[in-house]
Design a protein around this ligand. Structure first.
Ligand code: PMP
Length: 427
């Protein structure tokens, strides 16, 4: 963070984690230590440096977030001196690891205001949505929106659902008035992104839940881009399913979660079979463990789950309100600067969560990305796994800058310098 910038991030967060998996406090209280002057949170993230020690301006956190030292160290410990399998071992190391894995479940569930017996660990949001698409006992019509990520489109198609598409408002939000008009008693499910990975637009989840419930449908929320950026409380949101990935939440890859109301999980059959999800197996008949284990076939991602638990503590220690306000400041500055360039189109609503998509006349986003890379600035260029949205916007690709809690004014300035250079080169 630049010297003198009035940051809404009030303090450095507690690192979370630590020895003794069974003594994990819930939720983690913020640690009121003042910010490192002029550096914000960057020093917690070794990934934000180039090999020569100069800053890397990483503006692709919507794709995946860099990891704080607390997570890196927790992962190293869990895969090193603490490592053993879970749930099966009779020896003490395994029992300790099981405590760590289940404590991670408690921590992740608490992070989104849910109960641990309602939280299924998955490989990520993609697997969480597939789980519901395949396992929900009643298949029928699902209402999606024009801005959904492919992982909230393709699973429904593959699992045999009939897909309806809710349009967007002119500024790029899911049009809930249109959803209200479209929803019928035939709809079984509504599945919307909480925050668009392209436009940063925010969903009024509470209203979407009310609309779904009014016709007897359930609401699944793709929370991938929301959990690192906004306070999320599944109980207050009234949704039925909430899916997200750990690696966008400053945790490891290969881990994510599906939260669902317990009675819905109870009614859902398993979708993958194997060890750990059974009660009793014979060749004639198998009975299954209760949720969440019913949906966690095989040896789970033990190390990754523990890392995600620590990531949740780290983020909670800083505070989601503060992170949201901080990213909103950076979004506002970037949007304002881009608006001043007459050859630039900025997509999406003014009020967006940490993500800005734009296009520059005469410069393909991939070319822009390459030039920015020479300036140590990393953005995303492409369709962002949202081809239907690209069609709606009338483009084949956009450039996307996305912020994290460690992003700062210097990152915005470096991006703007790089854009100026690209305009000169192509100008
Ligand atoms: N939904 C949204 C909104 C996303 O941004 C992403 C990741 N880009 C996904 C779903 C899929 O997440 P993952 O690839 O981690 O399963």
């Amino acid at each position: 963070m630049s010297e003198g910038m009035d940051s809404p991030l009030p303090f450095r967060g507690g690192a979370g984690g630590g020895a003794g998996y069974e003594t994990v406090p819930l939720p983690t209280a913020p640690t009121p230590t003042p910010p490192l002057k002029g550096r914000g949170y960057r020093d917690d993230f070794p990934g934000l440096l180039n090999a020569d020690g100069t800053p890397w301006h990483y503006l692709d956190s919507a794709a995946t977030a860099q990891k704080p030292r607390a997570v890196i160290e927790a992962v190293a410990r869990a895969i090193g001196p603490d490592y053993a399998t879970v749930h099966r071992g009779v020896y003490s190391r395994s029992a300790e690891m099981t405590l760590g894995y289940e404590a991670a479940r408690r921590r992740v569930a608490a992070f989104i205001g849910g109960r641990e017996d309602e939280l299924v660990f998955t490989r990520g949001a993609t697997e969480a949505i597939n789980l519901v698409a395949y396992s929900y006992p009643q298949k029928g019509r699902v209402l999606l929106s024009e801005l959904e990520h492919h992982s909230n489109v393709v699973p429904w198609q593959l699992a045999g659902w009939q897909v309806d598409v809710c349009p967007l408002t002119p500024d790029g939000r899911i049009d809930l008035d249109a959803a209200e008009r479209m929803l019928t008693k035939d709809h079984v499910m509504v599945a919307f992104a909480h925050v668009s990975n392209v436009l940063g637009s925010l969903l009024d989840v509470r209203r979407a839940a009310d609309l779904a419930h009014a016709v007897g449908a359930k609401l699944l929320v793709d929370g991938c881009q929301a959990v690192p950026r906004l306070p999320v409380d599944v109980a207050a949101l009234h949704c039925d399913f909430y899916a997200f990935s750990g690696h966008k939440l400053y945790g490891p890859t290969g881990i994510g979660a599906l939260w669902a109301r317990r009675e819905l999980l109870d009614a859902m059959p398993p979708w993958q079979g194997g060890g750990a999800m059974i009660e009793r197996v014979t060749f004639e008949k198998t009975t299954f463990a209760p949720p969440p284990q019913r949906f966690e076939a095989g040896t789970p991602a033990i190390v990754e789950a523990i890392g995600l638990g620590v990531a949740c503590d780290y983020v909670a220690g800083i505070g989601l309100e503060a992170i949201h306000a901080h990213e909103a400041t950076l979004v506002a500055r970037l949007r304002e600067a881009l608006r001043g360039m007459n050859d630039v189109t900025v997509f999406g609503p003014e009020e967006s969560a940490g993500i800005v998509s734009f296009a520059i006349d005469g410069i393909h986003p991939h070319d822009l990305g390459t030039i920015l890379d020479e300036e140590s600035v990393a953005i995303r260029a492409g369709h962002h796994c949202a081809q239907p949205l690209m069609e709606r916007l009338g483009v084949s690709a956009t450039a996307r800058a996305s912020f994290g809690l460690y992003s700062d004014e210097d990152d915005v300035a470096a991006l703007l310098r790089g854009i100026e250079r690209a305009r000169r080169i192509f100008g």
